[in-house]
Design a protein around this ligand. Structure first.
Ligand code: NAD
Length: 409
């Protein structure tokens, strides 16, 4: 049972929780002790413009009888004002410390600062990207504080969890954004044009790595009228490439394969060398090369050397989408252009922020779907189910221990 008091009209509504879009709504009504306080933090990472949870999903959490605590300015970077959250019943905080000390579930996008973890109560649940293989200090702090830390990137890629899969949702946006950036920066148009002033050939785009980002990049480049080639070490993607109207480049690398989660296995140095030799000619004939090749939990392989770039035509573009995880291109630098013999290599970090609103919308849905999956309506609570495959995959620490089998390995 909850109470909502409207100043205007002076009446009480007693019964099931619901809300009105009115500025006069007071939300500091008492919640029973066992109600979940869900804190949603504003991202503080430099140049991060995404927002973890949009008002639509906050509304759904409030309908589940949760109390939602919002850090002031949460949605400012994508044009969402605090009032959009306040008007549906969220409590707005301008003091992170107060907010985190009241929270028992935290939702955010980027990994937490150690100082944020310090402010959390023991046994609270923290859900965000965590980069658990590299962030030893954060994991150790979660162990010390007995925080149940959930890593969004470790949600298993099974059919039931597709709606929670933020790696895929953000990679789709990234693949699209990379092609749009290439179209903007290239001194050519993408489609073929037959005009009285002559015929213009379509731009040739080569996509290396055909996971989620690569597939979206192929689809976007095809929509813009480019001629597209693509390569991946996993032979199973050949059919997907062809179904999008692109050509799959065949290079015999011997045994490659993929893990049971669908990820590529690391190539040997000899296989990587064979791959470079096989791709050099395709790169040389391309106007745009976009690399997306990654190996989960490891540094990205270097597949485009400076020598290969020197063989490309001046004016061509290379976009290294793996620049943040080590880089697929020898000369690429984060958020810098590298120009060699007139070929520009662009290393953009955090491509999803190029379309921050839709990237936020998708991430917000991923987070909400995750919380919803483990929400018990009878108890108004998010409960970790340790027998569930999804929780087993993404829960990293719990009750003062590392509980994730992949991490322990
Ligand atoms: P990713 O970002 O880890 O890597 C991108 C791509 O790079 C992958 O396709 C990988 O094979 C490729 N790659 C690695 N080394 C390479 C090299 N040397 N040369 C060329 N390419 C190389 O991958 P991702 O986008 O996260 O997707 C991995 C797989 O998981 C895909 O098949 C995807 O469809 C699958 N997936 C399945 C589900 C599901 O629910 N079943 C959900 C999401 C993704």
């Amino acid at each position: 049972m909850q109470f909502i008091f409207f100043a205007e009209g002076s009446f009480f509504i007693i019964g099931l929780h619901f809300y009105f879009k009115q500025d006069t709504l007071f939300t500091d009504f008492p919640f029973p002790e066992n109600y979940m306080n869900i804190a949603i933090l504003k991202e503080s990472y430099p140049r991060e413009t995404r927002t973890a949870v949009l008002p639509d999903n906050v509304g759904k959490l409030i309908k589940k009888n949760a109390q939602v605590l919002i850090e002031t300015g949460l949605g400012n970077a994508i044009g969402i004002d605090d009032s959009a959250y306040a008007s549906i019943g969220a409590k707005i905080y301008d003091n992170r410390s107060d907010m985190l000390s009241e929270a028992n579930l935290v939702l955010r996008l980027r990994k937490p600062a150690l100082s944020d973890l310090d402010l959390l109560s023991e046994y609270s649940v923290h859900i965000s990207y965590l980069d658990p293989f590299n962030e030893k200090e954060i994991i150790e702090a979660c162990v010390q504080k007995k925080i149940s830390a959930i890593s969004m990137e470790m949600i298993p890629r099974i059919t039931r969890a597709q709606k929670m899969d933020s790696l895929s949702s953000q990679a789709s946006i990234a693949g699209y954004s990379a092609v749009i950036l290439a179209a903007e920066r290239l001194n050519k148009i993408f489609p073929m044009m037959m005009t009285p002033a002559g015929t213009i050939s379509p731009t040739r785009v080569f996509i290396i790595g055909v996971g989620v980002a690569g597939l979206q990049a192929i689809a976007t480049a095809k929509r813009l009228g480019a001629r597209v080639d693509a390569f991946d070490t996993r032979p199973v993607v050949e059919e997907q490439v062809q179904s999008l109207g692109a050509k799959f480049v065949k290079i015999d690398l011997g045994e490659t394969g993929q893990t049971k989660d669908g990820y590529a296995k690391s190539l040997t140095p000899e296989q990587l060398e064979l791959q470079r030799q096989g791709m050099a000619k395709v790169c040389a004939n391309s106007d745009v090369v976009i690399t997306t090749a990654q190996v989960f939990g490891r540094k990205a392989p270097v597949i485009l050397t400076t020598d290969m770039i020197k063989q490309m035509k001046p004016g061509s573009l290379v976009i290294d989408m793996a620049v943040e995880s080590g880089g697929n291109v020898e000369c690429s630098r984060i958020n810098e252009d590298a120009i060699i013999n007139g070929v520009t290599t662009i290393g953009v970090s955090n491509f999803p922020t190029q379309a921050a609103y839709h990237a936020s919308q998708m991430y917000s849905n991923n987070l909400y779907n995750f919380v919803d999956e483990f929400w018990h309506n009878d108890k108004n609570e998010f409960i970790l189910d340790f027998d569930d495959e999804i929780i087993q995959g993404c829960l990293i620490t719990h009750n003062g221990k590392i509980v994730n089998s992949k991490l322990s390995e």
